[in-house]
Design a protein around this ligand. Structure first.
Ligand code: AMP
Length: 210
């Protein structure tokens, strides 16, 4: 099964995608994580992407489409995959169609902007492995230390309040139109993000299996 998880930054689509990934035993492909790894490794496209990412803008379609194209050809994607954070523009969605990829469902995780601003201020990520936490909703066992690898957890530069506002504006302007794009293909399902992650998980699994 090939799925897309759509939603504003901080709506929890990454957490839900990881959960469904375990349930269905298919990989999650997060272009955000791949780009952050490229920035850290100092690759060519990492250097090009960094400025856009730090300011809350989107990385150019060419770069993102290129890395996605290579990734879905890998062996572990044979039985399906979940795209988390891709496509983010209509051009990217069209590129996916042109690659001949059939998308079964697009799951939108819907959360109001005010709630997102509140949530992102508490988000922490591991600077070594990229695992994501939240000081209230998903704390690390030891303060500031990643449960998975023991790395240091920090506030992502793009989670700073001014950057969050700009990321939300970008989402509404260029990514939200994808809802209409996939609605027209009869693939869009919307899940309202709940207070409790476990409740959203239940709704998401129902939406995927429906
Ligand atoms: P994320 O972790 O998905 O929120 O992504 C972090 C940042 O990476 C975004 O704010 C963008 O700058 C960049 N990014 C990730 N995925 C894409 C994409 N599909 N298109 C353009 N930029 C992206």
């Amino acid at each position: 099964m090939n799925l897309i998880f759509l939603g504003a930054p901080g709506a929890g689509k990454g957490t839900q995608a990881e959960y469904i990934s375990e349930e269905l035993n298919i990989p999650t492909i997060s272009t955000g994580n791949m780009l952050r790894a490229a920035v850290k490794a100092g690759t060519d496209y990492g250097l090009k992407a960094k400025e856009a990412m730090d300011s809350g803008a989107l990385v150019s379609d060419d770069i993102v489409i290129g890395i996605l194209k290579d990734r879905i050809l890998e062996d572990d994607c044979k039985n399906g995959f979940i795209l988390d954070g891709f496509p983010r523009t209509v051009v990217q969605a069209q590129a996916l169609d042109n690659m001949g990829v059939t998308i079964d469902k697009v799951v939108e995780i819907n959360v109001a902007d005010e709630k997102i601003q509140q949530r992102l201020s508490g988000r922490r990520v591991c600077e070594s492995c990229g695992n994501s936490y939240h000081i209230d909703f998903k704390p690390t066992k030891v303060d500031g230390v990643c449960d998975a690898c023991g790395g240091k957890t920090v506030i992502r530069k793009d989670d700073e309040p001014a950057t969050v506002l700009s990321r939300l504006a970008t989402y509404h302007e260029v990514t939200a139109p994808l809802k209409d794009y996939y609605q027209a293909q009869g693939k869009l399902v919307t899940v309202d993000g709940q207070e409790e992650i476990a409740d959203t998980k239940k709704l998401t699994l129902e939406a995927v299996k429906a």
